[in-house]
Design a protein around this ligand. Sequence first.
Ligand code: SF4
Length: 357
Amino acid sequence: MPSLAEHLIRWHPLNGRHDLPWQQRRDPYAIWISEIMLQQTQVSTVIPYYQRFMQTFPAVDSLANAPLDAVLALWSGLGYYSRARNLHLAAQRIMQEHQGQFPESRERIQQLPGIGRSTAAAIAVFAFGQREAILDGNVKRILARFFGIAGYPGQPKIQKLLWQQAEAALPADHRGGLIEIYTQALMDLGSTVCTRSKPQCDLCPLQPQCIAWQQQRVAQLPAAKPRKPLPRKETVLLLLQHQQRLLLEKRPSSGIWGGLWCPPEMTIGADAVDYCRQQWGIAVQSPVEMPALDHQFTHFKLRIYPQCLDVAADSRVASPDYIWLKPAEALELGIPAPIRSILMQNFSAGKLPLGKC
Ligand code: SF4
């Protein structure tokens, strides 16, 4: 009976995806950028971001030499901003420690910031044709179903088992482009056939040997993450405006929205007029409360209460970490997704709702 790898290698030429923009080049830099963008993000969302990113930073030196702000601005909307900060840092390491050459072994690639074992393996496979196993979310799902592995894949002992299966399933002969075809086939099968909900088992080349299919456990595998309710947090964002401009603050590089530009934050329940006087010595008129907005992070839910405040004409906030910008200019910067939607909903046509505040 053919092995899992043999099934996939035969299936891929007619059924896999062959026209993704990062498949056009065997360039470790391009493959790295695509692999990082594809983490937790759909292919269709990634493509325009990838194309803009590669036009602006076509090679590792251009990324390493760019200001972090420019990188974050291009990333704005993709979320998980630590990915962009790590890309920037890793590009600088490649220039300084590897003389601008992408390292070739999976172990050395994995030592760069923000690159885990599976991503390092994918780069080693697609850029250098090495025989390495990947284990991203799609592959975990396929292997858990194919081998009938119960338990949540995030659990260390299940993860270890999945890695063992991923390595054992590699094609024995990886030369002649077979490892690339096999790895891409796994990714494609997970995205298009063995999907999380409504997998198309009737179209799957693995069906005859798939344990989940044989035992009618497809819907139960892989096991879902044990659910704990996410903690809830609340915050106030101060939309301070002066002469059609908004005040934005640069967030510290660590923590949520690290390194992005954001309206200043205030503790819930504090008085905005007192807060602005104490914090920046500025006089503001009474705030106008705007509709609350909910945003979910991986580890908690955040309810944002935006308040709109007019700042007295002679007020100044002077510091490199603050900037006054028109809303349209703010949208060009690296700003978090919920801030982007607040600006787009409330400041249409680049105009602040003066008179409301
Ligand atoms: S038969 Fe169904 S569950 Fe099994 S690997 Fe194929 S698509 Fe996934």
